[in-house]
Design a protein around this ligand. Sequence first.
Ligand SMILES: Cc1ncc(COP(=O)(O)O)c(C=O)c1O
Ligand SMILES: N[C@@H](CCOP(=O)(O)O)C(=O)O
Length: 464
Amino acid sequence: MQFVSTRGQAPVLGFSDAVLAGLASDGGLYVPQSWPQVSPAQIAAFAGKSYADVAYDIIGRFVGDEIAPDKLRAIIDGAYASFRHPAVAPLVEIESNHFVLELFHGPTLAFKDVAMQFLSRVMDHILTERGLKATIVGATSGDTGSAAIEAFRGRDTTDIFILHPRGRTSPVQRLQMTTVLDANVHNIAIEGTFDDCQNIVKAMFNNHNFRDRVRLSGVNSINWGRIVAQIVYYFTAAVSLGAPHRKVSFTVPTGNFGDIFAGYCAKAMGLPIERLIIATNANDILRRAMDTGRYDMDGVAPTISPSMDIQISSNFERLLFEGAGRDAGAVVRMMDGLKQSGGFALPESALAAIRRDFAAGTTGEAETKAAIAATLAQSGYLLDPHTAVAVHVAQAQPRSAVPMITLSTAHPAKFPAAVKDASGIEPPLPAWLADLYSREERLSVLANEQSAVEEFISARTRAA
Ligand SMILES: Cc1ncc(COP(=O)(O)O)c(C=O)c1O
Ligand SMILES: N[C@@H](CCOP(=O)(O)O)C(=O)O
């Protein structure tokens, strides 16, 4: 399997090189050259299999022969042994024909663990085989950072530098990052927003001197290694509800568009998905783009679902590439427009193609709180604010006999203040995090400047 850049100018790479590259050298994102097809009989055969079995099948189609089968199996088994639910990603019915897919049973209580536990192991394997060390960077609004730090801590092949927007994560999210004191872990609080952090990360990738000198690699969902692992739960969830004989729809709380793009990949591979619904909070640039055909930035407002407080939704570029019939030139023009004037118009044909698979809805702050309270009252189920955004959007969709699966991307205990405010209940942290508030913290505060971050990394990485 080979991977091509959405901007068409970077080298075509195999799985291992695409994973180590993170962002393509032309600033684009890697996507598979073609979509491997999973036949209805093969989908049906997933019924009754373990999560790791399905992951091995799906991920293996993208890895090809680059990693020995027994090694890939061990990586996947190790990744999902760290989850505290035997099903890894169980489904819970919260109302008739509406299910929540719980993706928060990993070590840091968010869906990021599903991919990060795989990615850290696979990167460690590739780097060890090649006798290399790498500098890992990531931008986070809270969850990617904690999952990445937990997955990469203590690894000899990598130093990890995570940028978060100072004061814009929940306290639990911050502490999950800053109380990890392993020598290879570095937390950087940036005076800015998540988009500022993500811009610095992308700019470091585009500084080829720096990138090569510190052997830069990324853990955000710009890295194909993240997306590939997230495709798996679309298959396991749909099969539990009767796929391939029955269609399902998914509603996904969306920010950087990685999670819902994984759903698009599953559909492109043959999974019968009726609709993919993009759920946004008040930062609704994606919903507006779906409605108007224009992607226009207008600033980020802090919300009670802070992990989705994003304007530059990186993986939307992958969908634009698909929607534009894989025309890399059209993607470059749109991304240039975004950089130069903060917006662009989607070509008519791309918009029409995207609207065939996707719908979108927005949930405001008051509606998010109301969804938490109403779901608790009706079914005794406590939602985190991100999941609540999506539950509200799912409930606003036209009635259908097709089951709706809403992705639950975080445990409510990660956002205790917002959940208590909405429901009166303060969800406790699980036992292994119970002393989180009394642990020692370590972080460095840096200005919103690429040069400051590059200097900080250069002075600390062992990969240079
Ligand atoms: C809890 C939670 N929900 C939803 C999202 C949005 O996911 P994505 O960025 O893949 O769209 C994030 C962050 O990415 C998150 O941390
Ligand atoms: N919400 C995210 C933002 C980064 O998203 P990613 O999936 O691209 O890593 C976070 O929790 O940090």
